[in-house]
Design a binder for this molecule. Structure first.
Ligand SMILES: O=C[C@H](O)COP(=O)(O)O
Length: 350
């Protein structure tokens, strides 16, 4: 039987960026899991203006180094894949979603791995589940009911997902309705035009209002990076979202023609680091869209570990937004145990 070591303790564990010391100097607000919630700050236009350009080839080189030179093998890999499940927002955002489909997805979230795999891995006494199920607003109440008492959060995509193009008042009402139905995480999408027009103040004010509408629900701000044209825009939009009080910044809706990519993710992660160095607050990161293989999920985990450190391997600071990743992870874990791959249809819907 395999022995599972804690993800982050084995391969890929070297050269972790030490956390800068400023966190201890702050006295931020208490929050569940011991992470202080980002209260936001004043919009710092001077900082934004100081960001001239972002070096794409340097980011690409860094990503190549991280993903090619660091491979995670065997038992370490199984542990990291279990970590990927724990950091997952198991998602369905389709035009043909139904209550029944959402209930099935919630059942999968409660038991993400087949019994024989759980027993084979020797983790029957552990509870490994995705961090959240992510749905459209009409299915929030269904998901809340199906997941009650399990510890799995319910995330709703709000604010005219995936484009963000309705009046702000309508988008705020959407958030309030999802919170009222029981969503404790709200994924909002920004109107990309505010970024093209460098309307940073307007973007900031919108996100501040969204954060207020969320109340205690956590706010994930989706940038739609595939639409933002430049890495500088990605960096600036990331900073504005964090200054406005985002708990997480998220790459994509999954509906853009280009979704989560590692170099763009790295630019956002560097923005998280800069915000941390400025304020002492730890902001979460959620790559989403097109992350469907176990191998790619490992690349993202290594990136987080190497760039930000161990705290960003926890679900309170890192999530995958993914609709089909769990299926491949389950297949890889079965392969780890048996040496064989089974067909996708042998794994319950994810
Ligand atoms: O926020 C999550 C994404 O919409 C999921 O995208 P995906 O279906 O490509 O995994």
């Amino acid at each position: 039987m395999s022995t599972i070591r804690e993800a982050g303790a084995g391969a890929g564990a070297s050269k972790v960026m030490p956390l800068p010391p400023r966190a201890a100097a702050n006295t931020p607000l208490p929050l569940e899991h011991g992470i202080a919630r980002n209260p936001g700050m004043k919009l710092d236009l001077g900082f934004l203006e100081s960001v001239r350009s972002v070096n794409r080839s340097a980011l690409e080189r860094r990503v190549a180094t991280l993903t090619k030179r660091r491979s995670i093998k065997a038992d370490d890999q199984a542990a990291w894949l279990l970590r990927a499940i724990a950091c997952m927002d198991l998602t369905t955002l389709n035009s043909n979603d139904t209550d029944e489909r959402v209930r099935r997805l919630c059942a999968k979230a409660i038991n993400p791995l087949r019994r024989d795999i759980v027993e084979g891995l020797g983790i029957a006494d552990e509870t490994i589940r995705p961090a959240a199920v992510c749905v459209y607003h009409p299915f929030v109440a269904t998901a809340v009911e199906a997941l009650r008492g399990t510890g799995v959060h319910v995330a709703a995509v709000s604010t005219a997902f995936p484009h963000g193009l309705t009046p702000l008042s309508t988008r705020l009402q959407e958030i309030e309705a999802s919170v009222k139905d029981g969503a404790d995480e709200i994924d909002v999408v920004i109107p990309r035009g505010l970024v093209y027009g460098a309307k940073w103040r307007e973007l900031f004010n919108e996100i501040v209002a969204m954060r207020a509408a969320c109340g205690d629900a956590h706010l994930k701000v989706i940038l739609g990076t595939g639409d933002l044209s430049t890495l500088r825009n990605v960096m600036l939009a990331s900073m504005v979202a964090m200054m406005a009080g985002a708990d997480f910044i998220k790459t994509s809706t999954g509906k853009e023609s280009v979704n989560a990519t590692l170099p763009v993710g790295l630019a956002m992660v560097r923005a998280i680091r800069a915000y941390f160095e400025e304020t002492g607050y730890l902001i979460g990161f959620k790559p989403a869209g097109g992350i469907s293989t176990a191998k790619v999920s490992l690349d993202w985990l290594v990136l987080m570990k190497e760039e930000l450190g161990r705290p960003w391997l926890e679900p309170n600071l890192f999530r995958f937004g993914a609709s089909s990743l769990l299926t491949d992870i389950e297949r890889q874990l079965e392969h780890h145990l048996t040496g064989h791959y089974s067909a996708n249809h042998r794994h319950a819907m994810a």
